[in-house]
Ligand binder design. Sequence first.
Ligand SMILES: *Cc1c(COP(=O)(O)O)cnc(C)c1O
Length: 364
Amino acid sequence: MTNKYNRVYNFAAGPAVLPEEVLETARDEMLNYQGSGMSVMEMSHRSKTFDNIIKTAEADLREIMSIPDNYKVLFLQGGANLQFAMVPINLLKNGTADYIVTGQWAKKAYVEAQKYGKINKIASSEDKTFSYIPDCSDLNISPDSDYVYICENNTIYGTKFHTLPNTKGKDLVSDMSSCFLSEPVDVTKYGLIFAGVQKNVGPAGVQIVIIRDDLIRDDLPVWCPTMLKYKTHADNNSLYNTPPAYGVYICGLVFKWLKKIGGLEAMKQINEQKAKVLYDFLDESKLFKGTVEKNSRSIMNVPFITGSEELDKKFIEQAKNEGFVQLKGHRTVGGMRASIYNAMPLEGVIGLVEFMKKFEKENI
Ligand SMILES: *Cc1c(COP(=O)(O)O)cnc(C)c1O
């Protein structure tokens, strides 16, 4: 690598690459945040300075995603995995919900939810190792279903819902962890969106939840821990207890960066351009093959294989030596996976494809 910080191209699925500009600002503000005389890490979360940080972050996110006023934005902890429990705990009223299982994260959410109600699996793509998104235009949605659940971008398998399921009027809940802020979304189509920020937005430890007002309830059973009620956090503007303050600050810097590059419409174009470079090569390569059905492809996570475990291993090793790191596929699926989130520069993807071409010549 020849860049000034000697940084690698990091294709990790999460925690993942962040915009260099954001890291530079964080560095510059590390010891004395805007004249406060201290780092954001050292600051009271009740201080005026931090209040401004979290309010600005929320306002910028609302602007970027055009979040309507009747939705609350929450900065929480516990990862996407805690949402697998919080969603059913807070949203089950009739005690039943419908889940679409398109990968391991959706499956984990489905299994977790079963502790709290009657949970139906209404569609799945497990028959073909989750390599596609099933047709969700006319599913068997239960009449008394409280919500329909999806994992919108399947980080491990590299598939993405390009059309949202027909929920037949039920509220849609989406785990957007690995596609959050990668393209514009119509928030009004969802009852609840959640995303762990460590994929596309910031450091691990922050969970963003966007929830429609009327889904925030006051009448949860007494056993429900205070911290697991959306209402607790909504009523306190995410400051019920100490929030992941430094993480929120970094998310705020990433929102500023997104606004500067032109928002989600611009981000989408850049992301599509990057994904096209990689997919076009995979489609013509004699050695490398994509593992996902074409119309289900994600523009964030791109899994591929050579067909030989030995060559896969050799490729990952050699790529690493060239500064293209974290290309190993998820431990449960093998092969390779290039995660090309918002902050991965186009040059990183072009460089990777150049290297793949060279590797192909040498190994075919
Ligand atoms: C990474 C990921 C998760 C798990 O997130 P944690 O923050 O580790 O709980 C869940 N869903 C999706 C889609 C993910 O990409």
